[in-house]
Ligand binder design. Structure first.
Ligand code: UD1
Ligand code: CA
Length: 452
């Protein structure tokens, strides 16, 4: 049984964002969600998140990820010590309490484990601080062994030269917290309460430091440049894990795969592909495709530049390049949806083809149907949407307008350029266009008149 507290009540003004800092998304998960995931990975079974700014949104986002979380409300944020104090009633009476910030999304389970192990290794320990060596220590609390943690603004010149800094992650003895948190003193001039005061003198006895952490483990996100940097690190980390599991990436740094996505071994992710939401990919997603909530079956290929959302792409189906699949597009096995084709709320049944420049919306396209280039389902009459049904083996000539509601029967043929406003019976040929007239020899006469 171990408990962790995540301090996530701050607004994060340097983000210059209406959204609370910890809610900024990184690969489909809010920043603070990455910390929660790292704590779970380390085996922490009780997690308390301290909230204040946009607390309802923070809670909702986190509960969607992890319904077992608990929350404490910091009434009036007055520093990290005050934040932990607001969680005090929820803390166990004994045992270890891990405390960490909500804005270090690169934290991993093994870093948490390392601190917990270091803390447990010294019997009677009241506090163990995770530290690291920073190239640029500006803004961090310095680790002055034998003295304690000194905040940047309160450092002597000698202390300012110290490169070992406080990561913001600590392991505390629960009894120590219950005894000392109520007695924290505010620091002038802002009247903030420092959690760091509970870390004591750090002489290796009652309180100590453990420092074998890479500097990147605690990289904090305070502005949007650091947010983008963190996203880049996480992107590579996520992609690399999939690649080790047998997914073929054109480039680990140039593909963005949300943590909510599932990729199967043998899946292919092209250069610059963006795969989001609940997508499940077994087939191939080409360069610069954007897919969200899309299921791509084995052998299916989405060619470059396609944008797909809420669609199902069946085994061996071919999509794009530059196709658009909108919600409710269902492409069955072996279908083709080609360049500059848009499909919305429509089933394209086995072996059917919509290869070029068409819009198919609110439709049922039967097996082996061929939809010619430039065909449009006219599904909207200005008020309501209507369905188009094309039955098996029908052939729709190029540049046909199918004015819904309308049904084209099995095996029927529709002539190119038709506007189809009435149902076409099975096996019929339908032609709905102005008939052609040829005026022999008149072209030269016309030109002569034009140049006179
Ligand atoms: C803190 C440490 C500093 C350490 C640094 C590491 C203190 C006094 N200083 O400084 O030694 O080197 O982290 O990044 O603790 N928060 C609340 N409520 C508050 C204030 C903060 O929940 O009232 C949360 C923030 O949302 C954030 C975390 O606590 O997630 C850290 O707060 P922040 O203000 O960023 O502390 P630092 O000044 O960075
Ligand atoms: Ca910080």
């Amino acid at each position: 049984m171990s408990t962790a507290v995540v301090l996530a009540a701050g607004l994060g003004t340097r983000m210059r964002s209406p959204l609370a800092k910890v809610l900024h998304p990184l690969l489909g998960r809010p920043m603070v969600g990455w910390i929660v995931a790292a704590l779970r990975e380390a085996g922490v079974d009780d997690i308390i998140v301290v909230v204040h700014h946009q607390e309802d949104a923070v809670k909702a986002a986190l509960l969607a990820q992890d319904p077992a979380l608990r929350f404490a409300r910091q009434e009036d944020p007055r520093g990290t010590g005050d934040a932990l104090r607001s969680a005090l009633p929820l803390l166990p009476a004994t045992g270890t309490v891990l405390v960490t910030a909500g804005d270090t999304p690169l934290l991993q389970g093994r870093d948490v484990r390392r601190l917990l192990d270091a803390h447990a290794a010294v019997p009677g320990r009241l506090a163990t601080v995770a530290s690291f060596h920073a190239d640029d220590a500006h803004g961090y609390g310095r680790i002055d062994r034998g003295q304690g943690i000194v905040e940047h603004g309160e450092c002597s010149p000698d202390q300012l030269a110290i490169r070992e800094v406080n990561s913001g992650m600590y392991a505390f003895d629960a009894e120590h917290l219950h005894a000392e948190l109520p007695h924290l003193q505010a620091h002038p001039p802002k009247g903030e309460f420092y959690l760091t005061d509970l870390a004591g003198r750090l002489d290796g006895g009652a309180t100590g430091v453990t420092s074998e952490f890479p500097a990147t483990a605690f990289a904090g996100v305070n502005d949007r440049a650091q947010l983008a940097d963190a996203r880049g690190v996480l992107r590579r980390r996520v992609n690399r894990a999939w690649a080790e599991g047998g997914v073929d990436f054109a480039d680990l740094d140039h593909a963005s795969v949300d943590v909510t996505v599932v990729l199967h071994p043998g899946a292919v992710v092209g250069f610059g592909a963006v795969i989001e939401g609940t997508s499940v990919v077994a087939g191939s997603v080409g360069a610069h495709c954007v897919i969200r909530h899309v299921n791509v079956a084995p052998g299916a290929v989405i060619h470059a530049g396609s944008v797909c959302e809420g669609a199902t792409v069946g085994p061996g189906a071919l999509v794009g390049p530059m196709a658009r699949l909108r919600p409710g597009a269902v492409l069955e096995e072996g279908t083709h949806v080609g360049n500059y084709v848009e499909i919305k709320n429509a089933v394209i049944r086995r072996g059917a083809k919509v290869n070029h420049l068409s819009y198919v919306g609110d439709a049922d396209v039967g097996e082996r149907v061929n939809v010619g280039a430039g065909t449009i389902t006219c599904n909207y009459d200005g008020v309501k949407k209507h369905r188009t049904v094309i039955q098996a083996d029908a052939f729709i000539g190029s540049n046909t307008a199918l004015v819904a509601p309308v049904t084209v029967g099995a095996g029927a043929i529709v002539g190119a350029g038709s506007t189809i406003t009435q149902d076409v019976p099975a096996d019929a040929i339908a032609i709905g266009r102005g008939m052609q007239k040829n005026h022999e020899g008149r072209a030269s006469q016309l030109r002569a008149r034009q140049t006179r």
